[in-house]
Design a protein around this ligand. Sequence first.
Ligand code: PLP
Length: 380
Amino acid sequence: MFEQHIQDLKKERLLREVLSRSSSAGPLIILGGKTYINFASNDYLGLAAHSDVVSAAVSAVKDYGFGSGASRLLAGGTVLHDRLERQIARFKQTAAARIFNSGYAANTGVIPALSSAEDLIFSDELNHASIIDGCRLSRAKTVVYHHCDMTHLAMLMRQRRRGRKIVVTDTVFSMDGDLAPLPALCRICSENGALLYLDDAHGTGVLGKGRGALAHFGIRPEPWLVQMGTFSKAFGSFGAFVAGAEDIVTWTTNAARSLIFSTALPAAAAAASLAALSIIRKNPRLIESAWLARSRIVRGLEALGYDTMQSVTPIIPVRMDTVQDALNLSRFLFRSGVYAPAIRPPTVREPRIRITASAAHTHVHIERLLELVKKWDKRR
Ligand SMILES: Cc1ncc(COP(=O)(O)O)c(C=O)c1O
């Protein structure tokens, strides 16, 4: 039934495949029996296999079992869920927070919950797919503004006067590694009485001493600011949260369908996130190591003449002229024991290799990557 679609994707070299590890998600992974240096993980702080995170999860399994049995509203949650929500709210300096099963579930549940058919959502054109899907599920009209273009956003807002306005944006753009201009966004939202929904999936644990993008810019949370973040990236765990004013979190709990109609996150995931939060609070040098790895990689790539686009974070895109170049470099690296995936349309407009830097990458891992990229360059 779908053979033709699959053939078309194959012909365009766009067919995606899944890969299965037989190791933890650390800087070294085992795929098909071979070890690779992994530059594809969002485990920025190397916490996914950290002994404290693992033992917290194991002991929660012993205490609470694995499955949570029901939705959060039907006693699927535990005291660990509550504790994580209180601690995340404190970490994000908000009045309240609610856990979601994933970043995808948070965006597709909360964005529709916060908007109605009379409202307008303004969405950055490079927002993550889960935000786009959240906007599609909402009954509000979505207006897309040019990437990080505040003049365009302000103009679009001036043209439209009806209903409540909600601006939604990634803080760190997941394929480009650039940062949304939060001070300007806050100013525009405050002037227009708009709600600002921030997807801080890649900022939480990485920016602002781990507190995220708002803290990075020194912006205090306001009642009209909603911060979503994930535990699946720098926290090395699983799940997500929405943090903000009490009324926003209470309303979301009553209206977000992905929360109400889905089984709660296992207690073990909450326990792992609590352990990760404690590590992040106590070890600021861990975050510094991720940034150091980032600068070594970027400096090395730029010295070789590569364009790392607008990246200012540990997400490092390496621009390629064609899809074929991206595939060739990624395959060459893979054959040589380095995993750095090619990202192609339709995920992005311009083909690239996406490298993520982690505190767990050693000097040797980074040198190997750079040495291979240099070698590939010579072979072209
Ligand atoms: C910006 C952004 N938002 C949301 C998500 C979804 O998060 P999760 O993987 O926890 O579903 C991702 C993950 O890829 C992301 O990059």
